[in-house]
Design a protein around this ligand. Structure first.
Ligand SMILES: NC(=O)c1ccc[n+]([C@@H]2O[C@H](COP(=O)([O-])OP(=O)(O)OC[C@H]3O[C@@H](n4cnc5c(N)ncnc54)[C@H](O)[C@@H]3O)[C@@H](O)[C@H]2O)c1
Ligand SMILES: Nc1ncnc2c1ncn2[C@@H]1O[C@H](COP(=O)(O)OP(=O)(O)OP(=O)(O)O)[C@@H](O)[C@H]1O
Length: 281
């Protein structure tokens, strides 16, 4: 492949310095490259719109860290293109390369020496009084958490509409295998090979002696029902990939199933999943 489009987190690639260097390198090799230019409104930025991607682009190069790659791959998921994450952030767990190695990586792409890692995503629907009020997708996780006061949350868990259990906890994380190394890891969940197709549920600080993470099949749907036996003032929030969120009320239902969408990441880095854990964790 040799036709690229660059999306950069403008707060990390100021004046598009890195973007222009990479673009010039690609053009010098006879490839095509364009950069998505931003209007920075204050410190917020407009993310990428599919309409901005020219015909013939074969790969989206994302300059940032995990959050930028997650958000960009969500913004442009409709294009069915692979994403190459270039870490100019901090951890960059999901990225394949960084500015010190990006030119070697691009050489490999020109020689078609790469693999495409397909990652399952989640679809989350929020129901209030049986009416759908919010729907989003997530690559890492859908998290139901407290917001504002720190009163413990009580919620019922149903799997394919069958009651499973009730938790008293700070919240709950429903994660993909990709997200098993993100918030779920911090909450004590298992580390899972990222290509696995499954739904992982991990309670956040459960008030219980024997709480465990539970792994469901990719075709299962998990529904969380926020119990309404606390003060109505207790605020809850459902967050998708740490970014998109909606305030929830006692009685709301959060239904999480496998999304029809998948995320495609370019892999040239020969480091195995275990080496990445050693390196990055
Ligand atoms: N206590 C926690 O660990 C905590 C709390 C809130 C959110 N998060 C995670 O942050 C994610 C969003 O990432 P962000 O970078 O926009 O948020 P962020 O800026 O809050 O970063 C959270 C950290 O998690 C890392 N990260 C993100 N996805 C990862 C993955 N799949 N595997 C390993 N590490 C990963 C990021 O690089 C960063 O170091 C959410 O999906 C959630 O999983 C973690
Ligand atoms: N071009 C972009 N595409 C997608 N998200 C962007 C873009 N520019 C800025 N963002 C925003 O930046 C957030 C990620 O910023 P953040 O500071 O978390 O950096 P990061 O990419 O996660 O790197 P780090 O590893 O430093 O955390 C995204 O969640 C999104 O809100």
């Amino acid at each position: 492949m040799k036709n690229f489009f660059i999306v950069a987190n403008p707060l990390k690639d100021r004046e598009e310095l890195y973007s222009n260097r990479i673009c010039q390198y690609i053009k010098n090799m006879g490839g095509t490259c364009s950069i998505y230019s931003y209007e920075l409104i204050g410190n917020a930025c407009n993310y990428t719109d599919c309409k901005n991607i020219p015909e013939g682009v074969e790969c989206i190069i994302v300059l940032g860290g995990d959050g930028t790659l997650i958000q960009a791959s969500d913004d442009l998921n409709g294009l069915n293109l692979p994403f190459l994450g270039v870490n100019i952030g901090t951890l960059g767990y999901l990225t394949d390369t960084d500015m010190a190695n990006v030119y070697d990586t691009i050489d490999l792409l020109f020689k078609d020496q790469y693999l495409i890692d397909e990652r399952m995503m989640l679809n989350g629907q929020i129901y209030r009084d049986d009416k759908l009020i919010f729907e989003e997708t997530a690559l890492n996780d859908v998290v139901l958490n407290r917001s504002g006061n720190l009163s413990i949350m009580e919620y019922d868990v149903y799997v394919n509409d069958e009651y499973l259990t009730t938790y008293m906890a700070d919240g709950v994380i429903l994660s993909t295998a990709t997200g098993s190394t993100a918030y779920s890891l911090s909450a004590g969940g298992p580390i899972i090979q990222p290509n696995a197709n499954l739904i992982l549920m991990t309670a956040i600080c459960p008030h219980s002696l024997n709480s465990r993470s539970i792994i469901f099949g990719a075709e299962d749907c998990v529904t969380i029902v926020i119990k309404d036996n606390k003060k109505a003032a207790d605020r809850r929030v459902a967050t998708f990939d740490g970014e998109k969120f909606i305030d929830c009320l006692p009685g709301d239902k959060i239904k999480v199933c496998r999304s029809k969408k998948i995320a495609k990441f370019i892999k040239t880095n020969k480091a195995s999943f275990l080496e990445r854990i050693r390196d990055k964790m």
